[in-house]
Ligand binder design. Structure first.
Ligand SMILES: [Zn+2]
Length: 82
């Protein structure tokens, strides 16, 4: 596992897009709020590609699956910014 991409973050455990959980959640919030986009963050070197883990087509991260289940969202209805 790579270190979190955020320069001033010393969290060693990257989670998604080469970011730790906290940084990813903040980045995802900014993408959701249309402050930025994942493409822009990747261009700035502040995030990695979503496919960095090589997840199978259509598969979502277990946290996303759990979130969707808890929220009552069916597969395919939610967006993660892609
Ligand atoms: Zn971080």
């Amino acid at each position: 596992m790579a270190q979190c991409k955020t320069p001033n973050c010393d969290n060693k455990a990257s989670y998604v897009r080469d970011l730790c959980r906290g940084c990813y959640q903040q980045a995802a919030k900014m993408v959701r709020d249309k402050v930025t986009t994942w493409d822009e963050l990747m261009a700035m070197g502040l995030a990695g590609p979503a496919s960095a883990r090589g997840r199978p087509h259509g598969a979502r991260h277990r946290f996303t699956q759990a979130f969707q289940k808890a929220k009552g969202i069916r597969e395919g209805e939610a967006t993660d910014g892609n």
